[in-house]
Design a binder for this molecule. Structure first.
Ligand code: IVH
Length: 671
């Protein structure tokens, strides 16, 4: 390879890996598997070893991927959070063992633990009390997610034991049990929110939510695997973790002491299948030197400890034949291509269908009819196709083309700029969209109308009794009774439930309308900022975009919804039926309160939701005082982005709380 080629390749690989890190840690939407990622990293490492002068000072081979975001206040880790060297082969494990045995003397013991697939967390305890929880961030500083972490039941908030070191850091993995993940995704799919790709993404996405109440509802768990302190109770990792288990931490019981590398390899092979019976995902085994003294002797490289390594299991794959591709139309008209496959056994279950995501994915795979495809099953609800075995391709087989018209109503499909998915724009008359919208309208989190399931909606639709959500309020018992499997009692229950739904609060009515991209949380936010549906309808782009959670995509969708005469007619009929289309917006200009009585607040940095002047006003309205410099008398700092360095240092020095914009707004709205 020429020097210039090597230079170019190193630059490209570094850029690509940076982007994959961002997709994994920040967006929670990785586009390649861990295995493919590790291959890229290995390729870069090899090239950098050969051409060290072309390696970037901040090369991804030298630092861990970063999960830092703008939404949280950041703090430095007392002990840097490193990653682990990893391998997919037992030969490399033996090399790891040889390397260690060469550099130490005396007996050696390993601890084998499962490698949990979630988001890592670092939790500081002072005098037995949980004081701060940080994400890994870039390894040196992490996002402060203390409020969210405090909602996780498997993390003790206070430990009462005389053996607890005055200060220690507990490291662990926050995971979402598979059952919780599947239920969450079902709900997200019902409300047309994009599902999480796997439990790991769901766990780390949840950890970064701004509303701790939602975090609390998601049943996250924390599995602890590493304790750091200047005053640890024991001289080895195994005993320290066992001690932590007595303090109430959730230390996984599978952890095992191994005297030889053969024992380690045995542990790995037992858990390769056994791990499927655990309630959460694991992607490998972590092998650690047990003695803390030996750990210290072995030390660290720039990125990882020399005394530990991760053995990673490859995600299970299987080859099978593609039978056909069908295109499904969702409630909001989204078109999803699905591959129908010859049934194949994968990770203990039979796979018949796999997601193909969108047109781009089909093109990337260069998919042809009747092809042999490779399916992979990670934690996803629907397995995905990760490759095609072209050697089996029949020369005459035709390329799979994306459809141009809706398979349900024949309307030409559309695609918004910058979006990957096609959709059917005929939302008022396309049958699955009409039925889907009604199903969404009556669902539990929307209008909560009981007794009306998918089947009854189908019947009502086929009998021409409903075409719009507002038609529900014109239904009578007499129209329902003649329907199949419907008695007088069920009919009257349904009508009663429809009538009762007029009491459902305004923000849920807004959610129930099924406006594209307006999910439950967005609906709540909008309802808290606009006093009525009419105000939203007349808001216009500028006012909508002034809300931080609302970007151009949501605002365009809201404007387009309210500019359609048929929708306005529906809303008028809902108003006549008595639905709640008004409510109190929570931040009104003149509201006074005492939530900040006697508090002295410093505002620093740049904010997303309101200007600094507006925050000053809000503080004063709530009985607080806004001052410009940090002192021991400061109650807390309202910390925005790019907060001044000296203010930050002083605040850390004085131990003054830094409150993020989201936390502050929460305090005003909820306390
Ligand atoms: S020990 C210095 N043990 O894997 C050693 N890590 O690639 C720190 N992980 O960031 C890590 N299970 O998030 C360790 N039993 C386990 C683990 C584990 C999962 C994660 C952790 C870490 C990553 C390393």
């Amino acid at each position: 390879m020429k020097q210039s080629e090597a230079k170019e390749l190193i630059e490209k690989l570094s850029r690509d890996i940076d982007e994959h890190n961002r997709r994994y840690y920040v967006l929670n939407q990785p586009t390649i598997s861990d295995f493919e990622f590790d291959l890229l990293l290995q390729e870069l490492e090899t090239l950098e070893r050969k051409y060290p002068r072309f390696a970037r000072a901040d090369s991804p081979t030298r630092q861990v991927g970063s999960d830092l975001t703008k939404e949280f206040v950041q703090y430095e880790h007392r002990y840097p959070m490193l990653s682990l060297g990893n391998t997919y082969s037992s030969e490399e494990l033996r090399e790891f063992d040889n390397r260690i045995r060469k550099s130490i003397t005396g007996p050696l013991e390993y601890v084998c633990e499962l490698k949990f697939d979630g988001a890592s967390i670092s939790i500081t305890y002072v005098n037995g009390v949980l004081t701060r929880a940080l994400t890994r961030g870039d390894g040196s500083i992490g996002d402060d997610v203390t409020l969210n972490v405090k909602t996780i039941k498997t993390i003790p908030l206070r430990i009462e034991s005389f053996k607890v070191p005055p200060e220690f850091v507990m490291r662990g993995e926050i995971v979402m049990p598979r059952a919780v993940f599947e239920k969450l995704n079902e709900e997200r799919l019902k409300s047309e929110q994009s599902p999480f790709a796997n439990p790991r993404n769901a766990a780390s996405g949840t950890l970064k939510l701004l509303d701790s109440k939602v975090v609390a509802s998601r049943s996250l768990e924390c599995l602890t695997y590493f304790i750091l302190s200047e005053n640890l109770p024991h001289g080895n990792h195994f005993d320290n973790l066992s001690q932590a288990s007595e303090w109430g931490f959730n230390v996984p019981s599978g952890m095992k002491l191994c005297g030889t590398i053969d024992d380690v390899i045995n542990f790995i092979s037992i858990w390769e299948t056994e791990r499927r019976n655990l309630p959460y995902d694991t992607d490998g085994v972590v092998i650690k030197v047990n003695s803390l003294e030996l750990q210290e002797q072995l030390g660290f490289t720039a990125k990882s400890p020399r005394w530990a390594i991760a053995y990673k299991y490859k995600a299970e794959e299987a080859a099978t034949r593609l039978l056909s591709v069908s295109f499904q139309v969702g409630r909001t008209g989204n078109i999803t291509p699905v591959a129908n496959l010859e049934p194949v056994l994968l990770s203990g279950s039979t796979v018949r269908r796999a997601s193909l995501h969108n047109e781009e994915q089909i093109a990337l795979l260069d998919l042809h009819a009747d092809e042999m495809v490779i399916v992979e099953k990670g934690g996803e609800i629907i397995p995905k196709i990760v490759g095609v075995d072209h050697s089996f391709r029949n020369e005459n087989s035709s390329k799979i083309e994306f459809i141009s018209h809706c398979p349900e109503c024949g309307t030409a499909l559309m695609k918004n700029e910058g979006e990957a998915n096609h959709f059917c724009p005929n939302y008022l008359h396309c049958p699955p969209q009409i039925k889907g919208r009604i199903e969404h309208f009556i669902s539990r989190k929307a209008m909560n109308i009981e007794g009306l399931g998918e089947e009854t909606i189908d019947l009502l639709y086929s009998k021409n009794l409903i075409r719009k959500i507002s038609d529900l309020y014109d239904l009578s018992i007499d129209q329902l009774i003649p329907l199949e499997r419907m008695g007088e009692k069920s009919a009257s229950n349904i009508i009663r439930s429809i009538r009762n739904s007029v009491n459902v609060p305004y923000h849920r009515v807004l959610f129930a309308l099924g406006i594209r991209h307006v999910g439950e949380t967005v609906a709540k936010t909008i309802a808290s900022r606009f006093g009525s549906i009419d105000e939203i309808a007349n808001a216009g782009e500028e006012k909508l975009l002034a809300i931080r959670e609302i970007g151009p995509k949501i605002s365009a969708s809201i404007i387009s919804y309210f500019s359609d005469g048929e929708n306005l007619e529906i809303i008028n009929r809902l108003k006549l039926a008595g639905l709640q289309v008004k409510g109190e917006s929570s931040i009104s200009g003149t509201e006074r309160g005492n939530k900040l009585n006697g508090k002295t607040v410093v505002i620093s940095g740049v904010f997303q939701m309101h200007s600094r002047d507006q925050y000053k006003e809000l503080i004063e309205q709530q009985g607080g005082k806004n001052v410009s410099s940090v002192s021991a008398a400061t109650s807390f700092i309202l910390a925005g982005e790019n907060m001044g360095h000296s203010k930050k240092e002083k605040a850390v020095f004085l131990g003054i709380q830094m409150m993020s914009e989201a936390e502050f707004l929460r305090l005003l709205n909820e306390e």
